[in-house]
Design a protein around this ligand. Structure first.
Ligand code: DGJ
Length: 596
């Protein structure tokens, strides 16, 4: 199968692969986890091969002891996960300043290996959901050395109680965090540098100022009154034509100044005394404003100022970590959203799409700016997070398997990770089935990511069929519900055959479907689907005979990347060769032919 892929897509796929191999040859040889471009995609490469993290994130404190982890490991295996996102608390790692405790990290890595799992560690350090609850006690106690942000008229802040937020402007805090993270990464490099159980690191968690648009401590006010740093200005000038549009707009609106204070360059921030509207309907907004307000900058200079300061602090932490052991590192964002469109109602300064340029300029060692994606606008947010080549990884989300398919098939995500996967409820069958299916199909998907021979489509009940152009064909995809509804085609009054008994019965409620579509040779496709069932009709989109017939239709599986046929399908199961149906978690290989 792989042979066929290479022969046909020799020009596109082999070219991008060969180019990638040549560029990354030195590090690929070591097998160390790294990111590698393939066409328009960025893939995570582990041990020299593209790796798809079919993951889940554990509860924040699940991995604080091996005893507590005992029931978790079998659950992850049963859910077909190949990776887990596991938190490491700074407080637990460095209970006394300069004294690092590696025993838990070692035990987690050893146990993950036994379970055939990879780990993405989360460095819960200076910030977690905006606040600083994972900072060590010796940091929390020392107000002078480790300053807090201030909001409004000078109070400290929390989202629910006396938990404070460490200031990005505390150099001692930054250096202490970076030193601890550097030690952690050096150790991981020593114990895992040849095994590669640990594949990526999330640095901090959902950074940003809450309950105000920016830090208003005296140090922050002084910095805010000063000039926009030259490094940021230079980045903006150099990338002027490709800046994220909503960021560029605020710069344009203030005259594309190339120097000045934050407010001179980006416009006014929020006056300290002004309240932040929590709901976008207060004051009342038009439907259009409501629809757009969560994709724009508000009090732009405040959010940009905070993004710069979080990025600079994080850059120091990440660069210390990478000096210890250089594997991909990302930060995650609590998202701006309808009804929480103003900075401060979501953490101001986190890696939101509208400030991606600021993060890129301030933290060039951060590889991925990732969304914690619980919102219903899943595809739209994936699109916003992949602008300007930002690779997609979804460290937190829900268990919706259609989202997994869209993320991987359409937005080239390098992984998908529902949050709280070890919680009380079982991992949904739909997700573990989808993990098994995508895990099998991964070599084919990986070979085609970043090219126009792979896509995914989401289908919903009641929506018009979707048309997808793939190679020499246009595919029309129609959502058909949970079961095979082989409604016979009526061609010139002649119906090929009635549907097989039982095939139209659907007792269960309909739901969405999402299909992955790969064009592996001029007349060959691999398909799979999750959620409900879907029908595929082909039309030719290149000159030649106009009719398209189904050739071989095979249901099968991939074993170590090799295709194995389980069932050859024709007759009743294709309505006598006239209808191709995709059913959840069934992988099909389909050839087509053309006739006049
Ligand atoms: C987002 C955070 O990043 C997670 O650590 C966790 O607190 C979840 N929210 C809880 O829903």
């Amino acid at each position: 199968m792989n042979g066929r892929v290479c022969v046909w897509r020799g020009v596109v796929v082999a070219a991008v692969l060969c180019g990638a191999v040549a560029c990354g040859a030195q590090t690929a040889a070591s097998g160390r986890p790294q990111l590698r471009k393939q066409g328009s995609a960025t893939q995570l490469v582990v041990d020299g091969k593209p790796f798809l993290a079919l993951a889940g994130e554990l509860g924040n404190n699940s991995a604080t002891s091996m005893e507590n982890m005992e029931p978790v490991w079998p659950k992850l295996a049963a859910g077909n996960l190949n990776s887990a996102l596991i938190g490491i608390s700074w407080a637990q790692f460095e209970p006394q300043e300069g004294k690092y405790n590696y025993s838990l990290v070692d035990a987690l890595i050893a146990k993950a290996r036994e379970q055939n799992l990879h780990i993405v560690f989360i460095w819960f350090a200076s910030w977690k959901n905006g606040t600083s609850s994972f900072a060590p006690y010796w940091v929390k106690k020392d107000y002078q050395r480790f300053p807090r942000i201030q909001i409004g008229e000078g109070s400290t802040v929390s989202i629910s109680g006396p938990v404070e937020i460490l200031s990005t402007l505390g150099a001692a805090t930054r250096d202490a965090d970076a030193a601890a993270f550097g030690a952690l990464m050096r150790h991981i490099g020593e114990v895992d540098g040849t095994r590669h159980t640990v594949i990526m690191i999330q640095v901090e968690n959902e950074m940003g100022v809450l309950r105000d648009t920016r830090d208003r401590s005296p140090a922050a006010n002084q910095a805010f009154a000063g000039p926009v740093p030259a490094e940021l200005m230079q980045y903006m000038v150099a990338h002027k034509e490709s800046l994220i549009p909503e960021f560029r707009e605020v710069w344009a609106a203030n005259g594309y100044k190339t120097s000045g204070t934050w407010e001179e360059v980006f416009g006014p921030g929020k006056p300290a005394s002004e309240e932040i509207p929590i709901q976008t309907t207060t004051p009342p907004m038009s439907a259009l404003e409501h629809e757009n307000s969560w994709k724009q900058l508000h009090w732009a200079s405040d959010e940009i100022f905070m993004a710069w300061n979080y990025a600079r602090y994080t850059e120091k932490v990440v660069s210390e970590g990478k000096a210890g052991y250089n594997i991909p590192m990302f930060v995650n964002g609590w998202l701006q959203q309808p009804n929480h469109a103003w900075p401060g109602t979501y953490p101001s300064g986190g890696p939101m799409p509208q400030v991606h340029d600021v993060w890129r300029a301030g933290a060039p060692d951060v590889d991925i700016l990732a969304p914690d994606l619980y919102l219903p606008y899943f595809d739209q947010i994936c699109a916003r997070f992949t602008r300007n080549g930002n690779p997609l990884f979804i460290p937190e989300t829900n268990t919706n398997a259609t989202n997994l398919v869209m993320a991987v098939g359409k937005y080239n995500s390098i992984g998908f990770s529902p949050f709280g996967i070890d919680g009380n409820r079982p991992i949904p069958q739909e997700l573990s089935d989808a993990y098994r299916t995508l895990g099998q199909m991964w070599p084919v998907i990986a070979a085609h990511q970043g090219t126009d021979s792979l896509t995914a489509e989401r289908l919903s009940e009641g929506e018009a069929p979707q048309k997808v152009s793939l190679g020499n064909y246009t595919l029309t995809l129609t959502y058909t519900g949970r079961t095979l509804r082989l409604a016979p085609q009526n061609k010139g009054g002649i119906v090929a055959s009635p549907p097989p008994p039982g095939s139209t019965v659907s007792a269960e409620p309909p739901e969405d479907a999402a299909a992955i579509l790969v064009n592996t040779a001029p007349d060959e496709f691999y398909f799979t689907d999750v959620g409900g069932a879907a029908r595929v009709d082909f039309t030719a989109n290149t000159p030649g005979p106009g009719n398209v017939g189904l050739g071989d239709v095979e249901e099968g599986r991939f074993v170590d990347g090799k295709w194995q046929v389980i069932r050859q399908i024709a007759g009743d199961d294709t309505a006598q060769g006239e209808i191709l149906m995709l059913r959840p978690n069934v992988i099909l290989r389909v050839t087509v032919y053309r006739f006049p």
